[in-house]
Design a protein around this ligand. Structure first.
Ligand code: PGA
Length: 247
């Protein structure tokens, strides 16, 4: 079945974070053992900060929540400051009552990468699938590390990163040469199986990718465009990220 993307344009990045956190909290209140799909990167940081704030006010508990992350750099272990496990600890897990065994992330140091990817898909299935998956979008239209060229039926695998992604992410590393060249990522098919999707985008640097995803031709050249085939997908974006959408 093909759906259409709900487009929610708000004033600024703070509004995106507040509304994204409200969506996640609503999901947890609906089902205390909800399976949340989580993303890393600069965009969701404010959403996690808001979730931590709401948790501290005792308005939401993560004690039964399960989570699944999108991706992880190959070669980085969870204690590495640039690993996505470390990111999740720092921005969310260390500050809420989430149980560590309920947080699923890909192991960037897996000796048998293919087995790791197969097991990840199986674990998601064993959880009963993802209720709500938070997503970002790359300036090249990627979702998770599904870079341009990724197909609709792609599954969890290890991929080379594009030069654009390495350049985008190098701002977080001491030098561009330190950005890992490969990463583990769930596939587009894996993401599309979630019951609901919530993609966040803020800032003018995302406007081109957002326009391509929503208005361009659907296909592997812009992996986020495949989300148009999902029955329950919302793009929650600020005015700057929406600036290239025709009204
Ligand atoms: P960003 O990354 O939030 O750091 O811009 C998003 C992404 O690459 O998916």
């Amino acid at each position: 079945m093909s759906g259409y993307i709900h487009l929610q344009i708000v004033e600024n990045a703070e509004d995106v974070a507040r509304i994204a956190a409200q969506n996640l909290c609503a999901q947890i209140r609906e089902r205390s053992d909800a399976v949340l799909g989580l993303a890393t990167g600069s965009t969701p940081e404010a959403t996690y900060a808001e979730l931590v704030r709401v948790h501290r006010e005792r308005r939401v508990s993560f004690s039964r929540v399960r989570s699944v992350n999108l991706d992880e750099y190959q070669g980085l272990d969870g204690a590495h400051e640039h690993s996505y496990r470390y990111y999740m600890q720092r921005h969310l897990f260390d500050h809420v009552d989430m149980r560590s065994w309920n947080a699923l992330l890909l192991d960037g140091t897996a000796v048998d990468g293919e087995a790791e990817c197969r097991a990840y898909e199986e674990r998601i299935r064993a959880l009963g699938g993802v209720d709500l998956w938070l997503l970002g979008i790359g300036s090249n239209g990627h979702i998770a590390f599904n870079e341009p060229g990724s197909t609709r039926d792609s599954r969890t695998r290890c991929v080379p990163l594009t030069a654009e992604t390495i350049a985008d992410n190098s701002r977080l590393f001491a030098a561009p040469t330190e950005v890992p060249r490969r990463a583990y990522t769930v596939g587009i098919a894996t993401i599309m199986e979630a019951r609901r999707l919530l993609l966040l985008a803020t800032g003018e640097h995302k406007a081109r990718a957002v326009a391509a995803a929503l208005r361009g031709e659907e296909g592997p050249h812009c992996p986020a465009s495949f989300l148009r085939g999902h029955a329950e997908c919302t793009f929650l974006i600020d005015r700057q990220a929406a600036s290239l959408l025709e009204s």
